[in-house]
Write a protein that binds this ligand. Sequence first.
Ligand SMILES: *[C@@H]1O[C@H](CO)[C@@H](O)[C@H](O)[C@H]1NC(C)=O
Ligand SMILES: *[C@@H]1O[C@H](CO)[C@@H](O)[C@H](O)[C@H]1NC(C)=O
Ligand SMILES: *[C@@H]1O[C@H](CO)[C@@H](O)[C@H](O)[C@H]1NC(C)=O
Ligand SMILES: *[C@@H]1O[C@H](CO)[C@@H](O)[C@H](O)[C@H]1NC(C)=O
Length: 494
Amino acid sequence: MAPSCFLLLSLLFLSSSASGVLQHPEEGFISVTISDKGLDFAKDILIDQAIASILLSELPQIEKNVQVPLVGKAKVVLSEITINDIQVNSSSVNTGETGIALVVAGATANLSFKWRYSASSWLVPIGISDSGTATAKVNDLQVGLTVNLTNQEGTLKLLLLDSGCHVRDLSIKLHGGAAWLYQVLVDAFAGNIASAVEEAISEKINEGISILDVLLQSLPKTIPLDETAALNVSFVDNPVVSDSAIELEINGLFTGRNEVLAPRGYHRGSHISVSRRDRSPQMITISLHENVFKSGSLVYFTADTMQWTVDELPDQDLLNTAEWRFLIPQLYKKYPNDDMNLNIYLSSPPDIQVTNKDVGVKISIDIIINVLETGEVIPVACISVDFSASCAAEIIGNNLAGWLKLRKFSAYLKWSKIGKLHMNLIQSVTSAVLKTVLVPYLNTQLMRGIPLPILNDFALENARILYAPPWITVCSDVSFFGDHYLKQLPAYVS
Ligand SMILES: *[C@@H]1O[C@H](CO)[C@@H](O)[C@H](O)[C@H]1NC(C)=O
Ligand SMILES: *[C@@H]1O[C@H](CO)[C@@H](O)[C@H](O)[C@H]1NC(C)=O
Ligand SMILES: *[C@@H]1O[C@H](CO)[C@@H](O)[C@H](O)[C@H]1NC(C)=O
Ligand SMILES: *[C@@H]1O[C@H](CO)[C@@H](O)[C@H](O)[C@H]1NC(C)=O
């Protein structure tokens, strides 16, 4: 089955105001809205990832010559300065005029480092030296950054607009060493340690944003579904921010694997108002326009994949002329005791419509009855069938799947070389074909589903489906199970 991949980390970012400026004539048939709850969730994951990348990174060593009363001139070196732990007390994400802002306030961090010094003076010409370890604690660390997310030829481009990191309070604890050394560290080194921490974190933020940008750029523009079709998951227009929610639009239509152009001619019925009116308490809302399903129907129809030969039925006797000896004497007379098979063709792309309780499907097929005589396939009659079915959408994994139930059908004889067929016969052949062949077959296909645009490593949780014609809306929370997501990326440098 198609890899269901994609977005959610993207959620964090983008610009609000500018979206109206560059309106493409294109439209998206899948819309993804990330609520403030979703943004919060993404923010926490990003902060966790950022902390994981900062921890255990070693800061550059710091050395200085200082003049110490009574001791003389001392060369002090701090090395192996390492951030061991960071705890974030509060953080927030806000969408605004210029982009998305993420703020971490009042974080604390633990550092450890090694110190050594050598000192000499005219009093003690031989010189003294010592070494040991120390820890430092950052009690108030503030980090902020603003990013912009724009659509660049169908993929998302993430830009770091601004970032800042500020250490407001740093205390040092010396293990061993002299009292003067402690004073030197506090007076002459604390500022440098704080700057080193600020620089290291700022660098990690730059790195992290580049990694995310690479991740977003590497999202596929199409997801292959099978040998026939692919789903166009190119982004359409710039993301739109409203009320601390972000809305992303995706083309969402099926395309033939070998086709260059998408099926054209779909018009957006009405704008998505569902997600806004009915504020979902869940993290993300994914709306699919019925045109998504219609495009799928057209692609599979055009590729001639919707035709089947049936040579087995539960009641196998039906596929022998002997069974019809009395009902269709002409058939038995012409082809006594011959096996038969059926060809089923769709006569037009299935019509699909989202209603307020299901997805209504209308399908027209031709059933051609063949007699198999000495290796020859001889068509003898054709039954035309129009049937309607109701498809209930359901979520399987990260896919939107469906389950078709036959509602009603009407059948009539289109042509015949074996005389008029009795209505009962037409009905029973049709019923057998629909119930034992076609509907079960379609259901195995439908159960594979359409991959919803969710990044790998994220899974839908507690998804609900709402019908809001012409849209189907999936409201869901997501869970993250890729602990070291960013680390796996090739661009990651620790
Ligand atoms: C952490 O947050 C709590 C309230 O949520 C506050 O009382 C406390 O002072 C904060 N600690 C720091 C270090 O900012
Ligand atoms: C730092 O160390 C202290 C004690 O050594 C510990 O209580 C605290 O949880 C550590 N982490 C942070 C982030 O302060
Ligand atoms: C943010 O992105 C928009 C496009 O959505 C762009 O027009 C705007 O200039 C960007 N803002 C900044 C400050 O770069
Ligand atoms: C996919 O969608 C994008 C955006 O609507 C469109 O520009 C592109 O032509 C489509 N690609 C295919 C193969 O249909």
